[in-house]
Ligand binder design. Sequence first.
Ligand SMILES: [Fe+2]
Ligand SMILES: [Fe+2]
Length: 432
Amino acid sequence: MGQDVLDYFLASLGALFRNRRIYPPGAKQVLHSAMQASQKLGEWGRSVRITFLGNDTIVADRRIETIPLSFRALFESLQQLGFESVQIDGEASDNDLMAWIEKVVSKDRAPYQGSKITAGSLKLERRVEPQSVLIRAVTGYLGFLTETQEVLSDLESRKSEGLVRAREVVCAIVARLSLGRELFEPIREMKNFDDYTFTHALNVCVLSSALARGLRLSDEMVNAIAMAALCHDLGKKEVPKEILNHKGSLEPHEWHLMERHPSIGARLLLDIPGVESSYPLLPVVAHQHHMGADHSGYPKVQDHLPQHRQHFASLLVAVADVYDALRTVRPYRPALTVAKAATILIRDALSGKLYKEYVSSFLLLLNVMAAGRRVVLSDGSCGMIVETQTGKPLCPMVGDEYGRIRDLSEPSSPTIWELNEDSTDDLHEMSL
Ligand SMILES: [Fe+2]
Ligand SMILES: [Fe+2]
């Protein structure tokens, strides 16, 4: 059914809101517009989701640049009341619509849960009264986690609705990132979630978005990277759980299965209608995120493609991917501390496995290379960072154990080999 039917429905809904503000419930103008709205909704034939995220208004899968006058007053009221999401079932009747509009007209801010219409935050059932920053953060994180779970299962079944929802989740994550660091609290606090797949997808999405924002990429590119990060490990659905959670090293045939997840993920994503035309970055990042900046990873590039270059988004997501994997409890090892995880990132950057510039920016976000941090250098000496250098976060000025100040950006200087634990790590990490 055409887009104009949806526009007509929204205009009728706007008229219902306007009329109800002027006339009492039951007035013929109110009844008429409610009837017209439900009729158009029936013609549309499926549910309508309206999402407000920062400055974005998304209806179905369409971002509305300028909200038409015919329903602008209704949308503005919903936003002022603090609603982030409205879901109207395709079978909602005129009575359903009137009952909900009644609440909007009376400026009721409580989440609305009718049989055919729900309105509230992005995840109603997770809504609790905010009591502390952490509870608010965890609530937000859990909401995103539930959404992530549903998005990934839609995508795994090759349903294109998953793309629409993924875009909504990603827009919400990026909008929250622009407001502050709240979303990162759970990434620090909650390391023991049962289902690693979903927490990992969400964490890599949040961390990649923060890194992309830190690199001052365009909003459009930040969103595209966030989407790709959310879907980067979709191919793991084909890898048996025993292999994913295996303790110790894998047998060659098990490793072979594991190494196939990037190709499987890319193929799966390409099978989803709309991915190739609207989200081409998704299969690219799924395919390349383990290749390594120096091509030392997998899948291997064919010899006859010497000029093969990875997309920069794949190199960027790879940094967030490695960091989150290290910071998460796995069945075969505990979570690494911030300092240990950062140390591994630095070594991978110096060896060429991870892209150095992105690791540098990531460490800046983590704020782990700040003055006062004790370090071990590659020549075996110990020291303390005394000053960081703009544009060269991997090469700070270090005071060594003999009282010398060493500029690690000098060509003959040693490199940082290890970051020592710091009691303020937790605080540092949260400066994202
Ligand atoms: Fe992966
Ligand atoms: Fe991953």
